[in-house]
Ligand binder design. Structure first.
Ligand code: HEC
Ligand code: HEC
Length: 281
């Protein structure tokens, strides 16, 4: 049984109209009658938001924090016992960790505010099923991701991916190469080594054109509105102060399309494409 169905089945939905509120939309509040600690009693977001958060969690967080949030292979701590998670209401504290990184955890520049709220909502939905603070959720967290429609995935692939990839070329036999479906999904969604370090599988290069016309290019190290640094192929570190359009810069990030896709991919499409890639033995 999918966990979120379970969550809903043990919860009671109420329409609450905040006392004294003017003509605002009634707010759907989900109250967990079995709540034994504060964090469990908070309202959860809508089921679609939680579902989207689940997908984002699988792609970005699962490898380190585990399918059931209790910590994973790549060394992320148990999120069910995290003070940060327990104090978070709808992503405001978790979001800070996700967008800025923390210790050995990388920052996730690819997740926007809505994504972070969805991931936080998913985390809270799991927490809501714990019997006591920090304990394991009472059901096995069944993350069967091979639930998509491979034919639909193939159509999507031909439309959105075939411009850069080929199933008889670079992606030939990809599911034999990456035999865990989770890894396969992480890999294609991120366009690289899955969730580790976010989307940094390939090299982003920058070319800087100076006022005298000279050009310097190399691997992009850091870049914001005021500053850019890179390492040239010869290994030299170069940094540039930016002021408006000067110096001219061109950034080439081979994974631009993957980053754009991450923001717009629907849960269903992700499952369909994974199911299709899984057929490529
Ligand atoms: C590459 C592994 C890795 C990935 C991927 C990762 N984390 Fe982490 N995360 C960590 C590590 C390691 C820590 C502990 C950081 C520290 O204290 O040094 C951490 C800490 C956290 C904490 C704070 C826990 C606490 O109370 O200290 C939260 C919340 C968190 N991660 C959420 C997420 C979410 C949400 C995602 C996905 C968007 C994610 N993490 C992806 C490794 C990862
Ligand atoms: C604009 C070009 C572009 C588009 C469109 C694109 N990708 Fe990618 N993809 C890349 C690049 C560049 C890489 C990193 C190249 C590499 O490491 O070989 C990559 C990496 C990957 C990888 C990892 C390959 C490996 O061997 O680890 C997979 C899988 C993948 N993409 C699948 C997809 C799928 C599925 C789609 C469509 C939903 C898609 N890509 C759309 C450019 C693109």
């Amino acid at each position: 049984m999918r966990l979120r169905n379970f969550t809903l089945s043990i919860t009671l939905m109420l329409w609450s109209s905040a006392a004294g509120a003017q003509d605002t939309e009634p707010q759907l509040v989900i109250v967990n009658p079995n709540a034994t600690f504060l964090a469990q009693q908070r309202a959860l977001p809508a089921a679609e938001v939680i579902a989207r958060g689940e997908t984002l969690y699988q792609v970005n967080c699962r490898a380190c924090h585990g399918a059931d949030l209790r910590g994973g292979d790549q060394g992320g701590p148990n999120l069910l016992r995290s003070g940060i998670v327990l104090n978070d209401i709808n992503g405001e504290v978790i979001g800070e960790v996700v967008s800025q990184g923390l210790g050995r955890m990388p920052a996730f520049g690819n997740l926007n505010g809505g994504d972070i709220e969805a991931v936080a909502g998913f985390i809270h939905s799991i927490l809501a099923t714990s019997e006591t603070q920090g304990s394991t959720p009472p059901v096995d967290y069944d993350l069967d991701i091979l639930v998509g429609d491979a034919a639909a995935g193939e159509r999507y692939f031909n439309q959105e991916c075939a411009g850069c990839h080929s199933v008889t070329g670079d992606l030939m036999g990809i599911s034999s190469r990456i035999d865990d479906p989770y890894d396969l999904q992480n890999r294609w969604v991120a366009g690289g080594q899955g969730s580790r370090g976010g989307l940094t599988g390939t090299t982003t290069t920058a070319t800087v054109t100076l006022a005298n016309g000279d050009q310097v290019s190399g691997r992009l190290l850091r870049y914001d509105d005021f500053f850019l640094s890179l390492r040239t192929p010869a290994g030299a570190y170069r940094s540039f102060t930016r002021k408006g359009d000067s110096p001219g810069i061109v950034i080439d990030d081979p994974l631009t399309r993957h980053k754009e896709l991450l923001a717009v991919l629907e849960d269903e499409t992700i499952h369909d494409v994974t199911a299709y890639l899984e057929t490529l033995k």
